[in-house]
Design a protein around this ligand. Structure first.
Ligand SMILES: Nc1nc2c(ncn2[C@@H]2O[C@H](COP(=O)(O)OP(=O)(O)OP(=O)(O)O)[C@@H](O)[C@H]2O)c(=O)[nH]1
Ligand SMILES: [Mg+2]
Length: 474
């Protein structure tokens, strides 16, 4: 049997919902003669063959021996007015593994093959239904961890990024057109040398470059919303780390006792902090200990701290700042030259027992000012979550810009950087009064890089690599 590959139009099918016990399963199909082939295993073949696009037909799927397989609803799509641009059918069958498998087996026997990952979106792209930024946003929506991440991806799906890329491209094409006219004109008049240093429509190139830089800068923020950040709760034993962890999680996940050294191994969970997915880790208390289990636990805490994007350092307000706290903060709040260290939010916990003394608000060392909280009463937690979000956003390139104009994938970022670098070089050459025939190809390079983002310029390998990362059924 031939290995299937992207790019053909044969009928394909895939289970689009999660396999398991559920009310319904959705099986998607698309391709040439899709509806005729399906009609051959359907109890009402004529009805299905004659169905208009965007209508639903009820009937039974029938096995090879005439046996009833499942009672289904078939949503009929007629190309080009469908997701893929081809004829297609979404089959709603009963939920559960057995029903879905039986329907898929019937479809295989009828002539459908299993779809490759992302093959429905691939076909949509090939048929001009989606540009690549929108196709990528489909996967971003599927993998969004928080509502905010989903919203940003939906903006890309609605075409905001595609429009911005096309607008920038139009500007560069205008500048390129002006340069080419100028080149032709200079050749005709034998004044090529004088063309040096004159970049016609230079402000257009500068505008395109500025807009590309804004897009490039949005990448870290968009990654923050899509992938999240690691926040590690650290502090001495009994400071209230696990209590804070549970409070932020709104769940009693980590064991809390008044015995110091309760948490031996770290524990983590995802929480949404103002829409940012945060992988929150509760760790073993840091202190001098000869206990081998505690020492191993602390070793793991240190490893996590090294990987942290943000440290929440919990002080035990009832005890005040100890020498161990001082040593930790000295280590983690003062960076060597060129060293990048994660930001630390210093927390004065148990403020219900011991309010933060006024003198500790501004720290004697170069520590951040401590924020009073109570993991017991919840005091100060709303302010803390706002601070966590603010610190993470600042670390990732600032607050949210105009939603939807951010870039979502590493592929888009690389191509935007490539286009920006080409324009920067073009401007530098113009500054050095270099001839226009050296500058124009750089503008062309920018246009090509942006065309690759939307898919106007693409190769089979790029497309295969991109769509194979999608899930089956998308
Ligand atoms: N009054 C008061 N008690 C608190 C507060 N936070 C935690 N505690 C208590 O302090 C004790 C230790 O809390 P944990 O959350 O287990 O502390 P921990 O830092 O995780 O301790 P280890 O796991 O041993 O490192 C428990 O008895 C908590 O109920 C607080 O804000 N106020
Ligand atoms: Mg604990």
């Amino acid at each position: 049997m031939n290995t299937p590959s992207y790019g053909d139009t044969v009928p394909i099918a895939a289970i689009a919902t999660t396999l398991g016990e559920s009310a319904l399963t959705l099986i998607r199909s698309s391709g040439e003669h899709c509806l005729e082939i399906l009609a051959a295993v359907f109890s009402r073949p004529e009805k299905l063959r004659g169905a208009a696009g965007n209508t639903i037909v009820h009937g039974w799927l029938i096995g090879p021996g005439g046996e009833k397989i499942d009672d289904v609803l078939v949503s009929v799509y007629r190309g080009p007015r469908s997701y893929t641009g081809e004829d297609g059918a979404d089959i709603s069958c009963h939920g559960g593994i057995a029903a879905a498998k039986a329907v898929m087996e019937t479809l295989h026997k009828a002539g459908f093959r299993d779809s490759l990952p992302g093959e429905f979106s691939f076909r949509a792209f090939m048929n001009g239904k989606l540009d690549l930024t929108r196709a990528e946003s489909v996967m971003e929506i599927v993998s969004a961890k928080t509502d905010r991440a989903r919203e940003h991806a939906v903006h890309r799906l609605s075409g905001a990024l595609e429009k911005e890329i096309r607008d920038i491209n139009t500007i560069i094409v205008q500048a390129l057109g002006a340069s080419e006219i100028f080149l032709d004109y200079s050749e005709d008049d034998g004044i090529g040398a004088e063309a040096g240093g004159l970049l016609p429509d230079r402000p257009l190139v500068e505008e395109a470059l500025a807009r590309l830089k804004t897009l490039a800068a949005s990448y870290r923020r968009e990654r923050l919303y899509a992938e999240g950040a690691l926040a590690v709760i650290a502090g001495r034993p009994n400071a209230g780390k696990s209590s804070l962890f549970n409070l932020l999680l709104k769940e009693d996940r980590s064991i809390v006792t008044d015995i110091p050294g309760t948490t031996r191994d770290w524990i983590e969970a995802w929480v949404s902090v103002e829409g940012i997915p945060v992988r929150l880790a509760d760790t073993a208390g840091l202190h001098q200990s000869e206990d081998p289990v505690e020492k191993l636990g602390m070793e793991r805490s240190r490893e996590l701290l090294e990987a942290a994007d943000l440290i929440l350092y919990v002080l035990d307000g009832a005890e005040g700042i100890t020498a161990e706290d001082q040593a930790f903060l000295q280590n983690h709040c003062t960076a060597a030259p060129n060293e990048v260290i994660p930001p630390v939010i210093l927390l004065w916990n148990k403020s219900d027992l011991t309010p933060l003394p006024p003198s500790s608000t501004s720290s004697p060392l170069r520590f951040p000012p401590a924020r009073p909280i109570s993991a017991k009463t919840g005091a100060g937690i709303a302010e803390l979550t706002r601070e966590i979000a603010g610190v993470l956003e600042k670390k990732n390139g600032g607050g949210e810009g105009k939603a939807g104009t951010g870039i979502g994938t590493a592929r888009q970022k690389e191509l935007i950087d490539r286009a920006a670098a080409a324009l920067e070089e073009a401007l530098a050459l113009a500054d050095n009064a270099e001839p226009l025939d050296l500058i124009a190809p750089l503008l062309r390079e920018g246009v090509n890089a942006l065309g690759e983002i939307t898919g106007e310029v693409s190769t089979a390998e790029i497309l295969d690599a991109m769509f194979s990362r999608f899930c089956v059924g998308k």
